[in-house]
Design a protein around this ligand. Structure first.
Ligand SMILES: C[S@@+](CC[C@H](N)C(=O)[O-])C[C@H]1O[C@@H](n2cnc3c(N)ncnc32)[C@H](O)[C@@H]1O
Length: 321
């Protein structure tokens, strides 16, 4: 029997019973059974309504995150990384809801079997208020990049104290932060992963990051140091006997002439974008071109194959993006 008719049935029985109650104040066994059934159905209905409301709220919140992160992206126009995997309406245009749903599915799948990248948020004491604000903005950008990727990472924010300034600042500056589809954990990555699985990325490491191994976990230090604090992550990793690596900037890029810093220390969202592009394309040259800002003074080295035009095309396409 349909739930609503059971309900109506029970309703009228209960009304009958109420009359009985009024006269006798004692329910028969049958009436008691009916009353219990009625109460159970009412309870179930309430629960279902609550769940539906919660689902609607979650969807609205995620759509809000979509709005915040999509910026000026026109709905219906897929970005490069979304190509080939888009959901469309009959008219062939992708609606915002389609796009949101697809992004959510990809992020949720990545949380099941994606390559793991942790942002170590345990450096709050190393930063002042302004640096924490910058870090929070970078975390927001990093999440925006992951949302756009066809093959996103399983992102963890580890050592994230929900009572701390980083968390509060993230909530303040990033729309929908509490609903980010990532793992936010107060624990350290050492409590989640084995030490031999971890690769801590550090600009001061003497090892080169050659590839991304799906069986490893890559950690980026959640640190903004306006006046660079050398070796912070390296010494931390050394103390914990963790393998470290630096991005292969010097391997694929060279200094260009001019007044540049030539610093190889990148912001966390730039490091993340490099890893994400490499993960999606398998090409370090394209990845580095995406993430290393031109103001650092690096250009791609010429291809060893002698194909001189390759570098020019890649660099030209970055300028025109
Ligand atoms: C702004 S940097 C902070 C650098 C800081 N002095 C340190 O000791 O790590 C933020 C994080 O991005 C990552 N990072 C930045 N540049 C990198 C590079 N060239 N190679 C590897 N990781 C890098 C590191 O994980 C680093 O902790």
């Amino acid at each position: 029997m349909a739930e609503s008719s059971i309900l109506e049935d029970c309703d009228s029985s209960i009304q009958d019973e109420q009359t009985t109650i009024q006269s006798s104040c004692k329910l028969s066994k049958k009436a008691e059974k009916r009353l219990k059934k009625y109460q159970a159905i009412v309870q179930l209905k309430k629960l279902k309504r609550k769940e539906k409301k919660e689902r609607r709220r979650a969807r609205k919140r995620e759509e809000k995150v979509c709005d915040c992160n999509d910026g000026d992206d026109e709905v219906g126009q897929s970005t490069e990384v979304l190509k080939g995997n888009t959901a469309h309406t009959e008219k062939g245009k992708e609606t915002k809801r389609d796009r949101c749903r697809m992004i959510r599915t990809r992020l949720k799948n990545a949380m099941k079997d994606g390559l793991c990248i942790c942002i170590d948020c345990g450096f709050e004491k190393n930063m002042d208020k302004k640096e924490i604000c910058k870090l929070s903005q970078q975390l927001g950008r990093l999440y925006g990049s992951n949302r756009q990727a066809q093959k996103p990472f399983h992102v963890y924010f580890t050592n994230l104290d929900t009572e701390g300034t980083i968390y509060k600042e993230c909530v303040r500056v990033n729309c929908g932060f509490e609903d980010y589809i990532i793992d936010k954990v107060e624990n350290s990555h050492f409590d989640i992963f084995r030490k031999d699985e971890i690769v801590y990325l550090s600009p001061d490491s003497s090892n080169v990051l050659e590839t991304l191994d799906p069986d490893k976990v890559y950690i980026i230090g959640g640190l903004v140091d306006e006046s660079p604090q050398k070796n912070v992550t390296l010494s931390n990793a050394d103390v914990n006997e963790i393998y470290t690596a630096h991005l292969p900037i010097a391997e694929y890029m060279e200094k260009t002439d001019g007044k540049f810093s030539y610093s190889k220390i990148l912001a966390i969202n730039q490091v993340f974008d490099i890893l994400l592009t490499y993960h999606n394309t398998g090409d370090w040259r394209e990845a580095l071109l995406t993430g290393v800002p031109a103001r650092k003074g690096y250009v791609l080295k010429e291809y060893e194959t002698g194909n001189e035009t390759e570098t020019t095309i890649l660099q030209y396409s970055k300028l025109t993006l």
